[in-house]
Ligand binder design. Sequence first.
Ligand code: PLP
Length: 383
Amino acid sequence: MQYPMFKVHMPVDEVLTKIKSVLASGFLNEGIEVDKFSKKLSSYLNVKNLVLLNSCTSALTIAYRLAGVKPGKEVICTSMTCVASNTPVINLGGKIVWSDVKPETGAIDPNDIIKKINDKTCAISFVNWGGNPAELEKISEIGEKYNIKIIQDSAHAFGSKFKGKDLSYFADFTTYSFQAIKHLTTGDGGALICKNKNDYLSAKKLKWFGYDRDNIKDKKGEWKGQRWDADIDKDYVGYKFNMNNISAAIGLVQLNYIDKLIDKNKKNANVYEKAFKKSNIIQTIKLPEKSTSSYWVYTCLFKGDRNKRDILLEKLISEGIAAGLVHIPNHKYNAFEDSNTQLPGTEEFSDHQISLPCGWWLNEKNCEHIASRVKTLSNQIIN
Ligand SMILES: Cc1ncc(COP(=O)(O)O)c(C=O)c1O
């Protein structure tokens, strides 16, 4: 039997019916379906100021831009994430300063953030790894104290909660990904949630060249249906980042199933938690108090050295269990400056982490089997 790490949940017939009606309407670009998806999603997450986009990378780009990232400015980022969390900083001309993560969780270390703040810092950015919330309250307190914008990459964390609320309550900007292998997919797509209404209005402009599609006015301030003769402010020269009606139609159907899917991830993760609780070799990751993870993947730590961890992964893969690392530390890439920064917590987490599949395509028995193979193989490799 194969246990893949990712598998798209797609109610094909329902999606096809919906897409057919979009195709028949002749209006494929951003329109009524995007509007409906935006409203339904905002209500599902219980949030305001949500902008739908064509990817999470686009959402991050707009967030960094609104946080003031440009040449001469610095962003405190984590290395232990997808490169998409960090490439927009470079593309906007900003400088990345790496913050370390806590080795026992992989989450950004609030104490290290404080050490890296200086006059040039305009944003702090981090990922909620695998769906596991970082120390959101401490991070948002730092943002407030130093007057620095917090950007939270929640690409892995749709459906995770902190104090019962959507994670976006704890950052100036929160981004979600609806890319092909995420909890909720629109093929490709993303969302940006802004804490502040002005940022939301600016994000809406930036997503579509600089025009506000909902509120097109001409230079005299009069409402105009025709978009191309509206004005573009020189501070808001934007991008082509909007979501289209086809993606939104998929999203609308997906949203009907999301609770059941996330519930499955959580139940499967719980099987691993129980199985590894008393293990001497596999260490589970403790979440911050009052937080819940939607477990895009289940990450835990192997206590042997990196070579042995890699042998474990190879053996699991040879048995059809798609265990893996998901991402590798970004500071190892030439593209990012400061590649010589010392990040002991990041190195340690990266050397010991293993991620296991835990999505809707697996049941609790499957996860018991995977956990048992992880334990047996780990014992053999270590002893
Ligand atoms: C942590 C993280 N951030 C951002 C992204 C980029 O998402 P998208 O493909 O929607 O741009 C990904 C993609 O997998 C990711 O894992």
